[in-house]
Design a protein around this ligand. Structure first.
Ligand code: HEM
Length: 126
C-alpha cells in the first residue's frame, strides 16, 4: 500500500488550519509583523499560508490552482524581511507548532523546514 504522506501523518487539513490560526493570532498582536500585512483582515493571508503548506506536504494542490507557482521569495520581495522580522515570524510559528502537540519526530521534520524556509525568505540586512 502507498505510504501515508506527511500531510496525512500530522492529521490533514484540521492540523494545518490550527497551525495557521494560532500563528496568525500571534501575528495580529505583533508590533513588527502586523504592520507588514497590506490587508486589514488577516483571514485571506492565513488561508494562503494554509493552502501553501498543505500542498507542500502532500495535501490538496489548491494553492497552485488559485495562485500559480509559489515563487515565495519573489512574492515576499515587496516586504522588508530582516533578522527581526524572521525571528518574530519564527517565534509565532514555534508557538503554533507547539500547539499541535505532534509526535517528536513529526514536530522535528515540520520545524526544520519552517526554520530553513524563514531564513531563505530574508531579503534585507536591516
Ligand atoms: C505572504 C511575511 C516567511 C509563506 C506573506 C505576506 C507577508 C509575509 C507580509 C503578505 C500577506 C498576504 O497577503 O498573503 C512574511 C515574513 C516572513 C515570512 C515577515 C519571515 C521570514 C514565510 C515563510 C513561508 C511563507 C517561511 C513558507 C513556509 C507565505 C505565503 C504567502 C505569504 C504562502 C502568500 C503568497 C501568495 O500567494 O501571495 N508573507 N513571511 N512566508 N507568505 Fe510569508
Amino acid at each position: 500500500p502507498p505510504r501515508e504522506n506527511f500531510y496525512e501523518a500530522v492529521g490533514g487539513s484540521a492540523t494545518f488550519t490550527r497551525l495557521v490560526d494560532v500563528f496568525y493570532e500571534g501575528v495580529a498582536d505583533d508590533p513588527v509583523l502586523r504592520p507588514m500585512y497590506p490587508e486589514a483582515d488577516l483571514g485571506p493571508a492565513a488561508e494562503r499560508l494554509r493552502m501553501f503548506l498543505e500542498q507542500y506536504w502532500g495535501g490538496p494542490r489548491t494553492y497552485s490552482e488559485q495562485r500559480g507557482h509559489p515563487r515565495l521569495r519573489m512574492r515576499h520581495a515587496p516586504f522588508t524581511i530582516g533578522p527581526a522580522e524572521r525571528d518574530a515570524w519564527l517565534l509565532h510559528m514555534r508557538k503554533a507548532v507547539d500547539s499541535l502537540e505532534l509526535a517528536p519526530e513529526l514536530d522535528a521534520i515540520l520545524w526544520d523546514y519552517l526554520e530553513r524556509a524563514a531564513h531563505f525568505m530574508v531579503n534585507s540586512a536591516q
